[in-house]
Design a protein around this ligand. Structure first.
Ligand SMILES: Cc1ncc(COP(=O)(O)O)c(C=O)c1O
Length: 415
């Protein structure tokens, strides 16, 4: 039997910190300083955002990229560009960040939740197909944790029912599905560059597409309704200023140079860690279908079945943290249980749906199970270390499992 659990007074398995995030150096400083000194700080003044849009789009198999202020706005503009109208229904998973659904409401459309698959944690194509009604206009599959959703199934469904598919690729920079990059698989892709993301400038987002008409609409929507060739004070549609700035563009350009190596490291370490952890009873790493040719591991995620493991998730997380392994339970509730949905606190949006929508009638048991009892997340930065770091994580899980009885007894005594 190995040393007592650190949570119960033993020695932590690891005290050294894991890789910190963000990672930056001289190349970022040089590029930022150059932009600073140029005095060209706005997207319409300088070359950085335009260059980044070209490079990022090309890296993700797309002809067009439209850099915007964040990955929430990119979803909303993608919906608007696709012609989503008041009251249209958009199918989304309930196991995702708030924005996947809030952006739908801000496009004046109705989010309809379809459950996720219990093994991949991605939107289940069968559940999505069952949620289609005559009012459905779009689907937003999320490439959860960085593993592409089943885009073959979603594109087939979209073709059959004449739907728009917008990939929420906020976790999926550099990921690929059947060797095709995330962001190029649907009609439009949406990425985030918020601080925790695999490619970051603190805040930021981008819409990717191969459709020139959609790209042009997105450009107008993110630039006050201006159109190519139009005068500066000529505005053709209701839109806003959602442009990414040049300082962010400069940082994204230098960070993008690191994306390939970092993604390869995360993918290698993620695969290895999944292999190590899958041996433990009740520990189910995110199942990886053969179609996932590159996992970007924004999160390394497992489903921990506490009954089989021998101790409840909350206690296991506390025990792992005490051993020096940063981890969390992730989202505590499915999106449709959020107070915003419960109380229909939609601001000025969806007035026509008031009183008719009741998200208490939405049932997504897989998502609920993962939120309430079984989800466990490890952040992407942890996967950037050497293989020895993965070994430490695997040893910590094994140690906690070895002591599951003592941990379960401890958990029972907690208030
Ligand atoms: C799945 C998903 N979609 C959308 C977003 C929204 O991105 P942002 O925070 O850049 O608005 C996030 C970000 O956290 C996300 O995780």
């Amino acid at each position: 039997m190995s040393q007592k659990l650190a949570l119960l007074g033993g020695t932590p398995l690891r005290t050294r910190p894991f890789t910190a995030w963000p990672i930056f150096g001289n190349s970022d400083e040089r590029r930022l300083l150059r932009t600073l000194r140029s005095g060209q700080w706005g997207k319409l003044d300088g070359p950085e955002v335009a260059e980044f849009e070209r490079r990022f789009a090309a890296r993700h198999g797309c002809r067009h990229g439209i850099g915007v202020v964040n990955g929430t706005v990119s979803l909303r503009l993608a919906l608007m560009a696709a012609g989503i109208r008041a009251g249209d229904e958009v199918i989304v998973p309930p196991y995702t960040f708030y924005s996947t659904a809030s952006a739908v409401i801000e496009a004046n459309a109705v989010p309809v939740f379809a459950d996720i698959d219990l093994d991949t944690f991605n939107l289940d194509p069968v559940a999505a197909a069952a949620a289609v009604t005559p009012r459905t206009r779009a689907i937003i599959p999320v490439h959860f944790a960085g593993q592409p959703a089943d885009m073959t199934a979603f594109m087939r469904l979209a073709k059959r029912r004449d739907l728009v598919v917008i990939e929420d690729a906020a976790h999926a920079h550099g990921a690929s599905f059947r060797n095709r990059p995330a962001g190029s698989l649907g009609h439009q892709g949406s990425f985030s560059f918020q601080s925790t993301k695999n490619l970051t400038s603190g805040e930021g987002g981008i819409i990717t597409t191969n459709d020139g008409t959609l790209a042009e609409r997105c450009r107008a929507l993110h630039n006050c309704g201006r159109i190519p060739g139009g005068a500066w004070y000529e505005h053709h549609l209701l839109a806003g200023n959602y442009r990414l700035g040049e300082l962010q563009g400069a940082l994204l350009n230098s960070q993008l140079d690191r994306l390939e190596t970092q993604t390869a490291t995360r993918d290698r370490n993620g695969r290895y860690l999944a292999f190590r952890l899958a041996r433990l009873p009740g520990v189910h790493p995110q199942k990886r279908p053969a179609s996932c040719t590159r996992h970007s591991y924004h999160l390394f995620m497992v489903r921990l079945d506490g009954r089989i493991f021998g101790a409840p998730r909350a206690a296991v997380i506390q025990a792992l943290q005490a051993e020096g392994i940063p981890c969390s339970g992730g989202y505590a509730m499915s999106l449709h249980h959020q107070p915003m949905f419960r109380h229909q606190a939609f601001g000025p949006y969806l007035p026509q749906a008031r009183g008719k929508l009741d998200y208490r009638e939405t049932h997504c048991p897989n998502s609920d199970l993962i939120c309430r009892e079984q989800g466990l997340w490890i952040e992407q930065r942890i996967l950037l270390g050497p293989r020895a770091d993965m070994d430490d994580i695997a040893r910590a899980f094994a140690k906690v499992h070895e002591h599951h009885q003592a941990l379960a007894d401890w958990a029972r005594k907690q208030p």
